[in-house]
Design a protein around this ligand. Sequence first.
Ligand code: SF4
Length: 319
Amino acid sequence: MDGARDPYGALVSELMLQQTQVSRVLEKFGAFMGRFPTVFDLAAASEEDVLAAWSGLGYYRRARLLHAAAKAVVERHGGVFPDDPDALRALPGVGRYTAGALASIVFGRRVPIVDGNVERVLLRLHGNDAPPKDKQTQDWAWARAAELVDGAGSPGVLNEGLMELGATVCTPSAPRCPACPLRGACAAFGQGRTDEIPRPKPRAKQKDWFVACFVVEDGDRVLVETRGAEGLWAGMVQPPSVEGAEPLALDAAARSAGVTPGREIDRFVHVTTHRRVLFVVASGSVGATGVMEGRRWVTRGALAGLALSNAHRRVFGVG
Ligand code: SF4
């Protein structure tokens, strides 16, 4: 957003973004800055004018706090924004997150930022399944973010990168792990637990999802395939499988998986954030056509090192 790199513009946009969608903020930000181009203009304005310029953004308390912050910058700091996070935090409407954003992104100070997106990325990177809303978990995330920022070449770039990753790639459901640059270092991805971390809130009703999968063996090798790049367990490894929203008959499922079914081995329910996944597992065998594109043989010993979800670990008997 134009002007967001000067501290005044950054404060205006941060406060606007707190409870309003980016698209709406984009519509209003330019006009607001046009009406109050500097912190002195905003500090000198009447509350009525400020609220009028804020109209359409809702939550007018933020406009009053922004107005008060502008006055405080003029009165306490002669109109020059401090770069010290504590001095920033002492301004009305500026909490730990906004102070961190201004200090690191605008002034390049080594200060962490943790919002919901950053916390989720950190929890997944470390395989930490603590409840995300707990104060202890949030303290942990701030401490971890501080360590990262201490080692970063550019604190602002690191903070923006973490926030952007959480907003666009490491999304709450169905993160796009195959496209993620941190995949190799991510414990949740490596352990197949991206759907369990952050720990989901208990939900009233989850949809049922049915999976039939086939353990096809050839000596000490098993046949695996890689899931698609979107959706549940994106990019992870599984045995030849068929899935859908309706219960599956084993024979029909085996036919569409290109497998000759053997005996049923297991039946279990795996609960994810959004679904109750009902697994039926059978042995199977394939002819040459069953080892189709996208499938490959791996040794049983190599399975533990693959990106398997917990459910698929159970299917393969991997601890
Ligand atoms: S690999 Fe997946 S879970 Fe891990 S940080 Fe990247 S997107 Fe998030």
